[in-house]
Design a protein around this ligand. Structure first.
Ligand SMILES: Nc1ncnc2c1ncn2[C@@H]1O[C@H](COP(=O)(O)OP(=O)(O)OP(=O)(O)O)[C@@H](O)[C@H]1O
Ligand SMILES: [Mg+2]
Length: 305
């Protein structure tokens, strides 16, 4: 049995004849994962999501969801098992959260009134269930949108940039919510973002896309261990010139200076300790050591030409 909840093969799509917007895309989303779909603006994330949901007609290739080929026959049956939040949720401003959920529930089959309470509880909006949407913040609206997508108890949730426009508190709330859903109910979550830091914090798996092509697809842990990327870090010291010459004597050729910081590149974490030991042995004071996010550099090198 195929354990991929989403499995696309050779997916191709163009909005018009001038260019390919999605090219031979092979998405593999494992069951129970939080899959981060990462790429810069215009790389094809929303287009891929629309193709997965059958909102655009693919040019060639197959989309398999829950082991079943997505086509006009299987579409409704498959979509019954999927919850999606794409772009801003369409909500009735003059109605309350409960009223909005009732309307949404009416469009779906077999949803009990108690489920409305449950989803409000899950997204932490019980306290505001009778507030009108026009009094909701953007973060609350996003969470209500998520609540609507949860009504039918989906096995897969697809979220297109759910933290876009949210403030730091809203981002943390959304992130916690996504992780809880995955942990408590085993829901597979597919989430797109143009921010590596977001994906790194939330996801178990990652797919990186640029110009409609998949550049990298694996676990987030493997991405972090990716070979060929040295660890770069900065050390703030009191005697920077002396520190630099000590490190150059250690054959650390790529050490350089920036104000009171010595910038160094090493192969592994153990070498960071060695550098600190050597500097301390020379009575050089160390005030801080900052490791640079080399994942960010890796992402940029993958997505920039
Ligand atoms: N309706 C459309 N008609 C024509 N071209 C489109 C349409 N929508 C998107 N495109 C083009 O398709 C490509 C992929 O766009 P898409 O919206 O899928 O990117 P994205 O990764 O979701 O970007 P963002 O991070 O900005 O949301 C871009 O080159 C875009 O200009
Ligand atoms: Mg988009």
């Amino acid at each position: 049995m195929n354990q991929f909840i989403v499995d696309t093969k050779n997916l191709n799509f163009s909005y018009n004849r001038t260019k390919k917007d999605i090219e031979n895309l092979e998405l593999k989303v494992p069951k129970g994962s939080i899959y981060g779909f990462l790429g810069p603006n215009g790389s094809g994330k929303s287009t891929t999501i629309r193709l997965m949901l059958g909102l655009l007609k693919k040019r060639s290739g197959t989309v398999v969801l829950f082991g079943e080929i997505f086509n006009s026959k299987s579409r409704l049956k498959i979509l019954d098992r999927v919850g999606a939040l794409i772009e801003n949720p369409s909500l009735y401003d003059h109605l309350t959260a409960v009223e909005n959920l009732r309307i949404a529930a009416n469009y779906r089959q077999n949803i009990s009134f108690s489920r409305i309470d449950e989803v409000l509880e899950i997204v932490n909006l019980k306290h505001a269930n009778n507030k009108k949407i026009k009094e909701y913040s953007l973060g609350m609206k996003q969470r209500l949108g998520l609540a609507i997508s949860l009504l039918s108890n989906p096995e897969l949730i697809i979220l297109d940039e759910p933290t876009n426009g949210l403030d730091p508190k809203g981002i943390i709330e959304m992130r916690t919510l996504i992780k809880d859903l995955n942990k408590k109910y085993g829901t597979t979550i597919f989430i797109s973002s143009h921010l590596l830091s977001e994906i790194e914090r939330t996801c178990t798996h990652v797919g990186i896309i640029r110009d409609g092509k998949m550049l990298y697809q694996d676990t987030v842990a493997s991405l972090k261990e990716s070979k060929g990327t040295n660890i770069k870090f900065d050390i703030e010291v009191d005697k920077s010139i002396e520190a630099l010459s000590v490190l150059k004597n250690l054959k650390m050729k790529n050490a350089s200076l920036l104000d009171n910081f010595v910038q160094i590149e090493v192969k592994n974490k153990e070498e960071i300790t060695e550098v600190i030991d050597v500097l301390r042995a020379k009575k050089i004071n160390i005030y801080q050591v900052t490791i640079k996010n080399n994942l960010e550099e890796l992402f940029l090198s993958l997505t920039e030409n």
